[in-house]
Design a binder for this molecule. Structure first.
Ligand SMILES: Cc1ncc(COP(=O)(O)O)c(C=O)c1O
Length: 491
C-alpha cells in the first residue's frame, strides 16, 4: 500500500487499536482516554488523525465525548444490535416469482424526490466525475475514429490489459485474452448463466440475494435454490456439500466478496473449499465480484476464481459501483466457457459501448483508480458506521443489523413479526425510499427485513429520515418490543 494511503487510513488504525483495548477489557468502561495531544505524541500521529479516530469511535458508540473533560470509554460499549441470524431457507428449488414486485419497487427508485436509502448506487460526490469528463472530452477531440466503430467481443484490448494487471490484486493471473467486456455486471451474470445452464436448470444462490440475480434467473426460466447464508461468513461449503449429496445443482451464482445485501465475506479457506467441492461435482460457479474493490478492511480479498484450476469459475464484475454506473461497462472471465460466452455476447448486444470502454481504459492506465478507490472506501466506511449508529439509537429493541465487510448497504432485521412492506409504504408516505426484504428472496422469508443503502453522505435531513424509519418500525413492531428504543433498553 502506498504511503499516501497509509496516512489516509492512519486514523482508522488508531481507532481500531483503542477499540481492541476496550473490547479486551484493557480499557474499562468509564475510563478516561488520553487527551488528543498526548495520544498524538504517543502514536506519533497528527492531532487531526487522533481527532478523526476519536470521532469514528464516538460514531461507533464505543467512546463518548464529555464537554470540557475529553473522551471516555462508554459504560456499555458493546451495545450495537446483534447481527442478523444465519438464514435457513427451505432448500427446495423453485421458479422465481418476484420479478413484477421488484419492477414496481424500482419504478419508485427512478423518481428523484425521495430520501435515497433504496438503490445501492454511490452518490456522484463519491465518483470521479471530473476526471471522467476530462477523459471523455479528450476522446471526442481526437482526430482518429476512436469510439466510432463496434468494439466487437471480446472488447477493448487496452481495457482488457488493464484488467489483466488488476487481476493480480484478486489473487489471479489472468491475461487480457481471458476477459470479455460486457454491458455491466448484469450482462456478465446473464451470459454466464446462459453459457452453463438451460431453462429449468437449478441455480444455487445466497439467501438473501441481490434481486437482480433473482430476476435474471426468472427471465431465463431457471430455478433458484436458496442456500443457508451466514451474515458475515457467507455460504458455508459444508452446507453446500450436504445438499450436493442429495440433489443435482446445475450451477452456483454467489458473491463470496460482499454479498448484497449482507456484506458478508467468505474466508479464503472457504473459497478454496467451495471451488474444490464444485470442481469435484463438475458444477460451474458464476462469481459476482462487483463489490470486491469496495472492501472496508485493509486488504482486497481474493476471488474464488483465484482458486480455480479447471476453468469452472466465471468471474463477473463491473465499474458500476466504483466509477460510473451509467457507462454500463463490466466484464467476465469465463474460463472454459469463453467461446460460448463470446458467441452469446454477440447475439445479445453485439458489442459494449466503445467510448466508455476507452474512457475506463484511460482512467485505469493513468493510475487514477487506486487513489479514487481509497478515498471512496474511506467515505463509505464512515457512512456505514453513521447509519449503524442511527439504527442503534432509534430502531426498536429486537432489531438486528449486519456488519458489512465491504460494499455500502446495511441489512436490518426488524423485530420478528414486523411487516417491512408495511414499513416501506409508510416510509414512502414520508418521502423516504428503502428496499423491503421481500425483494431479496424467492421464499418471502425476509418479510421483517429491510436494506438501507449508505451510498450518500449523511446530512440532517437524511439522519432525521433514518430515525423516522426507526420510529415507524417501533410503531409497527409487535407489542412486546414496540416503543422501546435499543439505546434506552440497554443503557
Ligand atoms: C450484487 C450485484 N450484482 C450485479 C449488479 C448489477 O451491476 P451492473 O449495474 O454493473 O449491471 C448489482 C447492482 O446493484 C449488484 O448489487
Amino acid at each position: 500500500m502506498c504511503g499516501m494511503q497509509q496516512s489516509r487510513f492512519r486514523y482508522r488504525a488508531v481507532a481500531r487499536k483503542i477499540a481492541d483495548h476496550i473490547h479486551t477489557g484493557r480499557l474499562a468502561p468509564g475510563t478516561r482516554l488520553p487527551s488528543v495531544r498526548r495520544l498524538s505524541r504517543q502514536e506519533d500521529a497528527s492531532i487531526t488523525t487522533i481527532l478523526h479516530a476519536y470521532e469514528l469511535l464516538e460514531r461507533e458508540g464505543v467512546v463518548e465525548a464529555r464537554p470540557q473533560s475529553g473522551y471516555f470509554v462508554r459504560a456499555d460499549p458493546d451495545r450495537m444490535p446483534p447481527e442478523p441470524k444465519e438464514s435457513q431457507p427451505p432448500l427446495r428449488p423453485a421458479y422465481v416469482e418476484i420479478a413484477d414486485t421488484v419492477s414496481d419497487l424500482l419504478k419508485i427508485t427512478r423518481q428523484g424526490d425521495y430520501v435515497p436509502f433504496a438503490a445501492a448506487i454511490p452518490a456522484s460526490e463519491l465518483l470521479p466525475v471530473r476526471q471522467l469528463q476530462r477523459i471523455m472530452a479528450a476522446i471526442s477531440r481526437r482526430t482518429d475514429d476512436a469510439g466510432i466503430h463496434y468494439d466487437l467481443p471480446p472488447g477493448n484490448p487496452e481495457l482488457r490489459s488493464q484488467l489483466s494487471r488488476r487481476s493480480i490484486d484478486w489473487g489471479c493471473r489472468l491475461g487480457p485474452d481471458d476477459f470479455i467486456i460486457t454491458t455491466g455486471c448484469m450482462e456478465a451474470l446473464n451470459l454466464g448463466l446462459r453459457s452453463v445452464a438451460r431453462p429449468g436448470a437449478v441455480i444455487a444462490i445466497e439467501s438473501p440475494a441481490y434481486y437482480g440475480i433473482l430476476m435474471t434467473i426468472a427471465g431465463l426460466g431457471m430455478q433458484a435454490l436458496e442456500l443457508p447464508t451466514h451474515p458475515s461468513l457467507g455460504v458455508r461449503p459444508a452446507d453446500l456439500e450436504r445438499i450436493l449429496k442429495r440433489r443435482k445443482i446445475d450451477a452456483c451464482l454467489l458473491a463470496p466478496n460482499f454479498n448484497n445485501p449482507l456484506g458478508s465475506l467468505m474466508p479464503d479457506e472457504s473459497k478454496a473449499e467451495l471451488v474444490e467441492l464444485l470442481a469435484r461435482h463438475e458444477v460451474p460457479l458464476i462469481e459476482d465480484d462487483i463489490y470486491g474493490d469496495l472492501h472496508l478492511g485493509e486488504t482486497r480479498p481474493r476471488t474464488a476464481k483465484s482458486f480455480d484450476r479447471k476453468g469452472l469459475v466465471l468471474l463477473c464484475s463491473s465499474f458500476s459501483k466504483t466509477v460510473a454506473p451509467g457507462y454500463r461497462v463490466g466484464y467476465i472471465a469465463p474460463g472454459r466457457y469463453f467461446e460460448k460466452v463470446e458467441q452469446i455476447k454477440f447475439m445479445n448486444t453485439v458489442a459494449t459501448n466503445a467510448p466508455c470502454q476507452i474512457a475506463l481504459a484511460e482512467f485505469l492506465r493513468a493510475g487514477q483508480y487506486e487513489r479514487h478507490l481509497s478515498r471512496m472506501r474511506e467515505s463509505l466506511s464512515d457512512q456505514i458506521q453513521s447509519a449503524a449508529a442511527i439504527i442503534r439509537d432509534t430502531f426498536p429493541a429486537g432489531t438486528r443489523v449486519s456488519r458489512p465487510q465491504g460494499g455500502f448497504v446495511l441489512w436490518v432485521e426488524l423485530p420478528p413479526g414486523t411487516d417491512s412492506h408495511h414499513l416501506y409504504n409508510r416510509a414512502l408516505e414520508n418521502r423516504i425510499n428503502l428496499m423491503p426484504g421481500l425483494a431479496f428472496s424467492n421464499s418471502d422469508r425476509f418479510r421483517s427485513c429491510i436494506r438501507i443503502s449508505c451510498g450518500h453522505a449523511w446530512n440532517d435531513a437524511r439522519r432525521a429520515a433514518l430515525a423516522k424509519v426507526g420510529g415507524i418500525a417501533a410503531e409497527l413492531a409487535p407489542k412486546n418490543s414496540a416503543g422501546k428504543k435499543l439505546a434506552k433498553k440497554k443503557s
